[in-house]
Ligand binder design. Structure first.
Ligand SMILES: NC(=O)c1ccc[n+]([C@@H]2O[C@H](COP(=O)([O-])OP(=O)(O)OC[C@H]3O[C@@H](n4cnc5c(N)ncnc54)[C@H](O)[C@@H]3O)[C@@H](O)[C@H]2O)c1
Length: 343
């Protein structure tokens, strides 16, 4: 298939592009590079010995998107492009709705104009909101996320439902990611957040490499196994493979129309302290930390019911927590400044 990957230069996108190329799909990456470096794509090309067509552009730019669909016979779109910093989304909510919601609507419109029906969307466990009890199942009614970022994901899922009602050819998949961490085993591509990392593992890795002084653990008095928050961490390469599985599922089901949601997680909650211990053991690095007050909007614990993806997509996360730690460290220690030092 020829797959248009929006946001394909980013963290999850670049790992997915690598898997797509390895499965002999052709890939066009469309990214405005607001949170990525094109170096990630160059490295994916080297790792796979295959080439990627890269177009620098914004998903809100209808003319540029139309041009891409006119110059490529696109079979499917995997849509990663979004702003994703949960805290920042409360400070500048309109930028998040503008980018994530308006951008997705523009993309869906241009797809429809060009008769492209296969759409795989990067959703998130955050769509289950604050009132659903873990493990989260796809059959749960979507909740009220604590942030504009989360709300933007619920809004795009709702838009997909409405598109499917109005267009009986539309074939949408919503992949609800839990907490991707780790990096490709080569250490050549990985997560390269701009500024202070919002997520736990990049922060831990930057402490280990000496870029940050110590880790703040937000709250140690939750009703969890050790008092710290628990999340369902999965290896980014497992997550990337989940996209190929979703694409294969679409290809194997020509009769399918509508929207289907799948959780991509391991089904297990891991605490912040377990992550720190596991990182220390796997890498022999010491991670100084302090306990800080709870962060507003943080849920104590959640994890996936991952059975639907296993049964229907034939996908299961298979890499271990130790793999996640070792691969993170290989990437971070080999690229202490991320991609920048190689630009
Ligand atoms: N990383 C996570 O923990 C996580 C969890 C759940 C869902 N997601 C979702 O997965 C997707 C990918 O996340 P990621 O971690 O790889 O983030 P990322 O920031 O590394 O990747 C997003 C990419 O989209 C690009 N982009 C952003 N806005 C754009 C626009 N208007 N036009 C074109 N390109 C644009 C960025 O330059 C970047 O390359 C996002 O939709 C995110 O919300 C991520």
């Amino acid at each position: 298939m020829k797959v248009l990957v929006t946001g394909g230069a980013g963290y999850i996108g670049s790992h997915t592009v690598l898997c797509l190329l390895q499965q002999d799909h052709q890939v066009v990456v469309y990214d405005n590079l607001c949170n990525a470096s094109v170096e990630s794509i160059t490295r994916v090309e080297k790792l796979t010995d295959k080439s990627v067509e890269f177009v620098e552009g914004d998903i809100r730019d209808r003319a540029a998107l139309t041009e891409v669909f006119h110059s490529h016979q696109v079979d499917a779109v995997i849509h990663f492009a979004a702003l994703k910093a949960v805290g920042e989304s409360s400070q500048i909510p309109l930028a998040y709705y503008q980018n994530n919601v308006h951008g997705s609507a523009t993309l869906l419109e241009v797809m429809a104009e060009n008769n492209v029906q296969n759409f795989i969307f990067s959703s998130s466990a955050t769509v289950y909101g604050e009132s659903n009890e873990p493990p989260y199942k796809e059959t749960m009614v979507l909740g009220q996320p604590a942030s504009p970022y989360g709300t933007s994901k619920v809004m795009v899922e709702n838009i997909m439902q409405d598109v499917a009602k109005s267009n009986d050819k539309f074939r949408g998949i919503s992949l609800r990611y839990f907490n991707p961490i780790g990096a490709h085993e080569s250490g050549q591509i990985g997560e390269d957040p701009k500024g202070i990392p919002n997520n736990l593992l990049p922060f831990v890795a930057q402490v280990a490499v000496g870029k940050r002084e110590k880790l703040s653990v937000f709250g140690d008095d939750y009703a969890t196994k050790d008092g710290s928050c628990e999340r369902d961490y999965l290896h980014v390469m497992d997550l990337a493979e989940g996209h190929v599985a979703a694409l294969n599922w679409l290809a194997s089901k020509p009769e399918f129309t509508g929207v289907e949601a799948f959780n991509l997680g391991t089904g297990t909650g891991i605490s912040v302290f377990e992550i720190v211990n596991s990182f220390e053991q796997a890498t022999e690095q010491k991670i100084p930390f302090e306990v800080a007050p709870r962060r507003q909007g943080d849920l104590p614990a959640f994890w996936a019911d991952a059975n639907k993806a296993k049964e229907q997509l034939n996908w299961q996360a298979k890499r271990s927590l130790t793999d996640m730690m070792k691969d993170t460290w290989r990437w971070q220690s080999g690229n202490p400044q991320g991609y920048v030092s190689h630009d």
